[in-house]
Design a protein around this ligand. Sequence first.
Ligand code: NAD
Length: 292
Amino acid sequence: MVEKQLDHIPQRNNELVDYEIEKFRKLKNMDLKNKQILNLISLDGKVAIVTGAASGIGFATAKLLAEMGAIIGLVDIDESKGIDATDQIKKSGGKAEFFLCDVTSDFECKKTVEAIYKEFGKIDVLFNNAGVIKRKSVLDLNEKDWDLIIDVNLKSIYLLSRHVIPIMIKGGGGSIINTGSGWGIKGGPNAVAYCAAKGGVVNMTRAMAIDHGKHGIRVNCICPGDVDTPLLRDEAKQLGIDEETFMKEAAERPLNRVGSPQDIANAVLYLASDLSSWVTGTSIIVDGGGLA
Ligand code: NAD
């Protein structure tokens, strides 16, 4: 737009001086605008916890938040992948540490949050993202797997939040982002515990937003559609479907492709940053139109 306005180059000398002054003024203003936009989306100096950070959506998000200036506590139960993910972020200039933690254990969640607080001095963002899925109905799911799905996808949000929120209150606020799913809004076949857990995440998000808004803590949920990660590809295995056919079917949606972890990370960045300063208690569906 500004470039277009600058297209016309004046001919006379005095006009040329005016033109240069005007051009400088416009570029200066543009620079100011860019700085304002960057300020809104920057996470400079913020401390963010990302769970399930060793893989897929969690890793892409940890990377992006680090690129935007945040110090990241990567949390995962998979130690070797977690360390590898952390090293990759550090190598590209990000600040990050790995914390081995089973998010279904209150003891481990407490220990991890205390360690992150001790190391970085505050916590501004909590991305509750660790997840697992079993593609089974009520008739074939055993009790152990029911508990696992509910504990990793739902209970972990309660466990981590109960230790993080007091720290956020001390720090004057924060942003909690929970990973739901399209299947937290509508049901899906052979995924009964997962649908129950994700439906719980969506409504728990609303309840948490109501409780903690008075302390400047925003709580939102991100609901991805099918995203190309190990979790999605493992579903094909669980269902006994050829992976290529499964992924092709998953791409059948208005935008005609499955999501990338980056697609979800971008939306998490919005919710983590000041761009979303008046957004709380909501679920953002990021699914290429799958639920449309
Ligand atoms: P992923 O398998 O790539 O990553 C999940 C991560 O969670 C893994 O690194 C795993 O080690 C970790 N994890 C599992 N159990 C844990 C535990 N007890 N403690 C700590 N970490 C644990 O999967 P993803 O697709 O990136 O999934 C991330 C989130 O997105 C999940 O909550 C998932 O339900 C949700 N989601 C994914 C899709 C999709 O299509 N991929 C769609 C909707 C929602």
